[in-house]
Design a protein around this ligand. Structure first.
Ligand code: KG4
Ligand code: ZN
Length: 394
């Protein structure tokens, strides 16, 4: 069980003497801020989601995201500070996502943070968004390095071995789009925003909800990358198959695109199942690869799953089958810490502060990097290549 530590203001005023970090997140469509102490105690947090706006426009329009971040960042940071009872002068550092993400969104968080650290004379800690997702679990319970990490979100799909707070060995990544993106697009193509149960939730959440009452066997989609014995992902082909099935159904039912089909639950169930089983197969291969190469500890080897898609219970259950069969311990942070937030950025700042890594007192050279995947080092033991159920072809 995870325990999230949140301290009341009074207790804080009586007690705390540890270093304090303000974390700021604006890489995509959430404006988040949190103040945290060195032990991982959340002193105050605030989150503004843009999801509702982007759902209405059928996807994230970067200039709209930028405007909403700009409108909200001051208030969000102020709220987190006020809730924490901490003054600016008590902060030890400011940590902010600088990569990867939408350029226009990252820019708002970075500009705000650089002004803030200049004004209050604080050190700055640039944060890699995916590393922050990967390490959030350590805020909730002690997880020692190395561990295997699966990050699945709207922007990413990757498997890596976490060897240290800034040392990630990349084992596989998506070759086209991320699973959250695929599910968002399928949900849009199905016009799920018109569904009474789905008008206010993300595409991935809508797919999960509808799939509960669907029969996945009514639509059989070909699993992706069957002949590629590595740990990379691909979801675009699945999306094509789903789109073609939707078109066929629309023709059969004689309805226009944009009409809710009678079989949305079955399509959702089949899509979710194919996504889950693809993710599970690649993760299984990564586990076998790490075991064959002696990359995981023999005592309590762990798979950490995070990112927005990791809040999907069907995907979690599928991954549990894989970890149970391979003797790994499966850890998924609670949903609120799987999706984007300021807390995970503050925690990454704390981890860096503790180890004295990447703390900048001069910020002239700092910039954001929309495309940066690495930080994460590609596997130097060659691309993981294993035939599951057969011999290791490495
Ligand atoms: O990590 P996140 O908040 O933002 C990115 O960095 O992308 O992830 C958002 C993504 C969206 O694509 C959303 O549809 C997906 O995570 N998502 C889900 C679920 N909840 C959110 N996908 C599947 N099942 C869910 N329950
Ligand atoms: Zn994310």
């Amino acid at each position: 069980m995870f325990r999230v530590k949140i301290l009341s203001k009074c207790a804080f005023r009586r007690k705390i003497r540890s270093r304090l970090v303000l974390g700021i997140e604006t890489s995509c469509d959430e404006t988040g801020a949190a103040v945290m102490d060195e032990t991982g105690l959340i002193l105050g947090e605030s989150l503004h989601s843009q999801k509702e706006v982007h759902l209405k426009t059928g996807g994230i329009i970067p200039t709209v995201a930028q405007r909403l971040h700009r409108e909200n960042i001051g208030r969000v940071v102020q709220e987190a500070m006020e809730r924490s009872g901490v003054t600016q002068s008590q902060l030890s550092a400011v940590a902010t996502t600088v990569k990867p993400g939408l350029a226009l969104s990252l820019g708002i968080g970075l500009d705000f943070s650089l002004n803030f650290v200049k004004l209050h004379q604080k050190p700055f800690i640039p944060i890699h968004h995916m590393e922050a997702h990967a390490l959030t679990v350590r805020m909730l319970q002690p997880v020692v390095f190395p561990f295997l990490v699966l990050l699945v979100s709207g922007g990413h799909s990757l498997l890596a071995l976490a060897r240290g707070i800034d040392d990630f060995l990349l084992l596989g990544q998506t070759l086209d789009e991320a699973p959250g993106d695929t599910m968002d697009k399928v949900a849009r193509r199905l016009s799920l925003i018109k569904h009474p149960k789905c008008s206010m939730i993300s595409g991935g959440q809508a797919i999960e909800l509808l799939a509960q009452d669907g029969d996945r066997l009514k639509f059989l989609f070909k699993p992706p990358m069957g002949a590629h014995y590595d740990c990379n992902f691909s979801f675009a082909g699945l999306r094509n198959q789903v789109t073609m099935s939707i078109q066929k159904k629309e023709e059969e039912e004689g309805v226009e695109q944009g009409t809710l089909l009678s079989c949305v639950n079955d399509i959702a169930a089949a899509t979710q199942h194919t996504v889950a089983s693809h993710i599970a197969k690649r993760t299984h291969r990564a586990i076998l690869f790490c075991k064959a190469k002696g990359l995981l500890p023999s005592c309590n080897p762990t798979l950490v799953v995070s990112g927005g898609v990791a809040s999907n219970q069907y995907i979690r259950k599928t991954l549990k089958i894989v970890t149970d069969n391979t003797g790994l311990h499966l850890l998924c942070p609670p949903s609120k810490f799987c999706t984007d937030n300021g807390v995970m950025i503050a925690w990454n700042g704390v981890e860096r502060l503790r180890e004295g890594k990447g703390i900048l007192s001069h910020t002239e050279e700092v910039n954001y990097e929309p495309k940066a995947l690495s930080g994460l080092t590609r596997s130097e033991t060659s691309t993981p290549h294993l035939t599951i159920g057969g011999s290791a072809g490495m």
